[in-house]
Design a protein around this ligand. Structure first.
Ligand SMILES: Nc1ncnc2c1ncn2[C@@H]1O[C@H](COP(=O)(O)OP(=O)(O)OP(=O)(O)O)[C@@H](O)[C@H]1O
Ligand SMILES: [Mg+2]
Length: 309
């Protein structure tokens, strides 16, 4: 499962020159770097993590993966981006905020068997973030699961004061514990979604170009504007076209339009790949289940784009 990294890759991830790595090794700031059978230096994910921390300033970002439209690839994006970031040495927490609990299931959990989930975090004052965080099989990657009760969270939250800031407040104790926190939002603009946005520095909006509607983006943009006005909180928004088939003319036309509308905010699209549809069933991110595949490559590239921002 574990990939090793070349010094060039590590330097790239940590945003430092390669020579700096070798200097740190000489100065003993990092442990001697193991060599492979060809005597090339090779880093484990854990060592990459220590280099990233040493390189500072530590990246700390919270990203909502959000679109009120269903089935556009939010969960697929959260799952695969989270796994790629973690493999690149980042400490990552991903939170399932959808009552369907698809993300939780993707990690091999049965939502009915879990004691405490994001629902408890939202609705019970005494429940802390560490009580609802579980380990995954992927080293630096941690999960807050969801369950079906989350569908009733909005009704409960309505009675609470400052109900849009519950999540942000609950995350305060772990502010320095993760490089990335990703929120897999439900397909609606509920109080839970607003909570994720209020707690986020960035939003990635996956869109399916064949069903692309300017109205959905408009509604979402109005929500971002509202949060900015009411809470004085600006969110950096990124558009991620998903399930792209460049052979289909309508896709190409939509991509051109998106480029005109969103320019620098447009991420490189994720192509349609049947492997992505099957990956959650075998419960592994595509970089592990189909390394070297088209979608593994797409998510690696997305990860580099996210790290570069
Ligand atoms: N690039 C892709 N190529 C092929 N299939 C994809 C791709 N991305 C996602 N899918 C498939 O599309 C379906 C919907 O994806 P996903 O569950 O990630 O969307 P979602 O936005 O989270 O949906 P919901 O709104 O219901 O939570 C899934 O079956 C998934 O496997
Ligand atoms: Mg989903």
């Amino acid at each position: 499962m574990d990939k090793n990294f070349t010094p060039a890759e590590v330097a790239d991830i940590a945003g430092i020159p390669k020579t700096q790595l070798l200097e740190w090794e000489k100065e003993g700031k990092i442990p001697p770097i193991p060599r492979d059978e060809h005597n090339h230096r090779t880093f484990t994910a854990e060592q990459v993590s220590s280099v990233v921390q040493l390189a500072g300033p530590v990246i700390r970002r919270r990203i909502s993966v959000v679109n009120q439209k269903g089935g556009v690839g939010k969960t697929t994006t959260t799952f695969n981006l989270g796994a790629c970031l973690a493999r690149r040495g980042q400490r990552v927490l991903i939170m399932d905020l959808d009552a369907q609990a698809n993300l939780t299931i993707s990690f091999g959990h049965n939502p009915d068997d879990i004691q405490k989930t994001s629902y408890d975090l939202f609705t019970d004052d005494s429940v802390t973030i560490s009580q609802v965080t579980v380990k995954t099989d992927y080293g630096n990657l941690f999960l807050v699961p969801a369950d079906i009760r989350l569908a009733g969270a909005d009704a409960k939250l309505r009675e609470m004061l400052v109900r849009e800031r519950i999540l942000d407040t609950k995350l305060e104790p772990i502010r320095d514990a993760y490089n990335f926190i990703l929120f897999d939002c439900p397909p609606n603009l509920s109080t839970v979604t607003i909570n994720a946005l209020v707690a986020s520095s960035d939003a990635i909006v996956p869109i399916e170009t064949q069903f692309y509607s300017m109205k959905a983006i408009d509604d979402l943009t109005s929500t971002f504007d509202l949060i900015k006005r009411k809470m004085n909180h600006a969110i950096k928004t990124w558009i991620l076209p998903t399930k792209i088939d460049r052979r289909v003319k309508v896709h190409t036309g939509m991509l051109t339009m998106l480029e005109q509308n969103f320019g620098g905010r447009l991420l490189t699209p994720i192509k349609t790949d049947a492997k992505l549809a099957s990956a959650p069933m075998i419960k592994a991110p595509v970089i592990y289940s189909y390394p070297g595949s088209r979608s593994a490559h797409d998510f690696e590239r997305l990860t580099m784009e996210v790290l570069a921002q």
